[in-house]
Design a protein around this ligand. Structure first.
Ligand code: KIV
Ligand code: ZN
Length: 436
């Protein structure tokens, strides 16, 4: 049974396989300040978390997991600071994580005391996978379920005592290594304790704590849970993909198609090991399908600067939608096609985006066509070089001349073995001009 690393009975999937698009934005929950932060070499300090938090709000996140208040003094103080300094906008909900252990739950409740309960999600978790049950906790299925139930009961009791109708979330941690029938049993037992209603829905979060399967298998697990869960209409079904197999985005997208309502993820995919799912990619994938993601990524360079400064992480040059090189075209044929596509577009700027080789208009994410797209090296061609001379310096060269200048520029780049900046292209053009 365990040859594949974990036991998972086959799950039938029916509803999502023929859907082409994610056609509506999910509820987004940023876990940058918790899952992202806990994976940093040096976790953010209080002021850094605050600056990051404000940026998340500016982007449009309405749910933000701000930390694990019982885990450290900084985490606790950060939560208190948000509450005491009135930094939680009315339309934003902070989320705090707690293990299903009595003293940790109690400390978490202390941390959120005084906040408007409707702006607080208390997020309870315990591990349910075969591996964790047998190796880490050495407990039976019944015993592990009991941990979840007792945790849920304590949340309910403490909230009732405080007269505070906090929102609740439960995660069967290591869900992807948990037998779906058992995960369902545990989630249903928690739901029985919390008794969700239309006015007070409960979030059930199904983490790919470790991404173990092909994305369609995760989606099948999600569909199974979504179809069979009790109180489904009063449950917000949430995804929490990690990226161990490099498929976190696919997990999120197929998971949504399979019935989920919500995604927990991070900017640029920061998070444990290979990271959490990158919310920017999922959101911008929707955007390119014409769906409003309801998050503002129109100035990614700004977000990237803040992220890199506060986390000390780097965004790779090929990171989708964000990396330095993701819109760059060095090769002649690509440049030629892009230049033609842009010219074609001038006639009707409102048309759908069809420029070859560019998945979207770089300006939609705060990048410029100029400088980010047409880049000149020894692989470049007359189209790109002509484009630079025309758009930057006003020389619309005749075809043959463009070709000759193209060869001269490529030659200089090849001999010097380096990319040429627009000014250098211009210099080559001018110094060769009389001889061409
Ligand atoms: O990855 C995970 O399982 C988590 C849980 C605590 C939700 O981060
Ligand atoms: Zn996680």
């Amino acid at each position: 049974h365990y040859k594949r690393g974990y036991y998972m009975p086959p799950v039938q999937s029916t509803n999502w396989v023929n859907k082409e698009y994610v056609d509506k934005a999910p509820i987004w929950c940023s876990v940058d300040l918790r899952d992202g932060n806990q994976a940093l070499v040096t976790p953010m300090n209080l002021d850094e978390k605050l600056e990051f938090y404000k940026e998340l709000i500016r982007i449009g996140f309405k749910e933000i997991e701000i930390g694990f208040p019982a885990a450290s003094e900084t985490e606790y103080e950060f939560c208190r600071r948000l509450i005491e300094d009135n930094l939680i906008p009315d339309d934003v909900t902070i989320q705090v994580l707690t293990q299903a252990r009595e003293h940790i739950i109690k400390k978490t409740f202390e941390a959120v005391r005084g906040a408007n309960p409707k702006n607080v999600i208390v997020h309870l978790y315990n591990s349910t996978s075969y591996a964790q049950r047998t190796q880490v906790f050495k407990k039976s299925k019944e015993e592990i379920k009991k941990i979840a139930i007792e945790g849920a009961e304590l949340l309910k009791k403490l909230a009732d005592e405080d007269g505070a109708e906090y929102r609740f979330e439960y995660s069967p941690e290591s869900f992807t290594g948990t037998e779906p029938e058992y995960a369902l049993e545990v989630c249903n037992a928690v739901l029985d304790v919390w008794q969700p209603t239309a006015d007070r829905k409960v979030i059930i979060n199904l983490p790919a704590t470790v991404e173990m399967s092909l994305p369609h298998v995760y989606a099948s697990q999600i569909e199974y849970m979504s179809t069979n869960m009790k109180y489904r209409e009063n449950v917000v079904l949430s995804l929490h993909p990690h990226n161990d197999r490099g498929c976190g985005v696919a997990d999120a997208e197929l998971g949504l198609l399979a019935g989920a309502d919500r995604i927990e993820g991070t900017l640029f995919g920061n998070g444990e090991r290979t990271g959490n799912v990158d919310v920017i990619t999922v959101a911008m994938n929707m955007f390119t399908h014409g769906v409003d993601p309801c998050l503002d990524f129109s100035d990614i360079p700004r977000i990237q600067e803040i992220y890199e400064r506060l986390t000390d992480m780097e965004v790779g040059p090929r990171q989708p939608y964000c990396g330095k090189l993701v819109f760059a075209a060095f090769s002649g044929s690509h440049q030629d096609a892009i230049a033609k596509g842009m010219k074609f577009r001038e006639n009707d700027p409102e048309q759908m985006w069809t420029v070859p080789y560019l998945p979207l208009n770089p300006e939609d994410v705060g990048r410029t066509y100029d400088g980010d797209v047409i880049r000149i090296n020894s692989q470049s061609g007359k189209g790109g070089i002509g484009f630079i001379l025309e758009t930057k310096y006003g020389y619309d060269l005749p075809k043959k001349m463009k070709e000759d200048v193209g060869y001269a520029v490529k030659d200089v780049s090849d001999k010097n073995h380096k990319e040429l900046q627009p000014d250098e292209v211009y210099d080559v053009f001018m110094s060769n001009y009389v001889n061409i």
